[in-house]
Design a protein around this ligand. Structure first.
Ligand code: HEM
Length: 149
């Protein structure tokens, strides 16, 4: 290995591999998604945000989210959407709402999967939440003034 390739090896992010575990398949992921969104819908803060956006039939959203998580975790390639624009249009969402989202997601993952699997879902969710928050809230040069004004 040349020194350049050793350096690249360190710098380049390691691509995620499909999570090959017997308890992780589309059926289990769909169960996670359904359980998670029933908690979200019952949540006093997140429930109304989702109710405004998803009027009527929840099935297409639940199927889309099962596709999304199968793509993230199993690398199934089932999801073809664009999460950033879907969230940019949600004007009343705050950074604190992501903490609620992640807490409910972590709780559900721990109910559905063994701890060593749940931790993988949570880590991916945190990573995606961080990039969604950057897209939604980060403005270059617009930092909050000292004193919280
Ligand atoms: C406070 C946090 C969040 C809120 C309030 C929120 C809300 C929503 C809503 C209302 C939609 C439906 C938009 C539509 O159908 O037009 C949506 C879609 C979606 N959300 Fe979130 N979300 C949050 C965090 C996250 C996180 C952390 C992830 C990933 C880990 C995520 C992944 C997605 C995906 C993949 C879609 C489908 C986008 C598409 O292809 O149409 N969301 N979200």
């Amino acid at each position: 290995m040349t020194s350049k390739s050793i350096l690249l090896e360190k710098v380049r992010p390691v691509a995620d591999q499909p999570l090959l575990r017997p308890d992780v398949d589309r059926v289990a992921i769909a169960a996670l998604v359904r359980k998670f969104y029933s908690k979200v819908r019952a949540d006093l803060r997140l429930g109304p945000i989702f109710a405004r956006e998803i009027v009527g039939d929840w099935e297409p959203h639940l199927e889309k989210m099962a596709d999304f998580w199968c793509s993230v975790i199993l690398k199934s390639g089932d999801y073809h959407g664009r999460p950033v624009p879907a969230h940019l249009k949600l004007k009343d969402v705050t950074e604190a709402d992501f903490d609620i989202w992640l807490a409910l997601f972590g709780e559900t993952a721990a109910e559905v999967f063994a701890p060593e699997t749940a931790v993988v879902f949570v880590e991916r969710a945190q990573r995606i939440a961080t990039s969604l928050k950057l897209a939604m809230f980060f403005r270059l040069g617009h930092t909050a003034p000292a004193g919280g004004q």
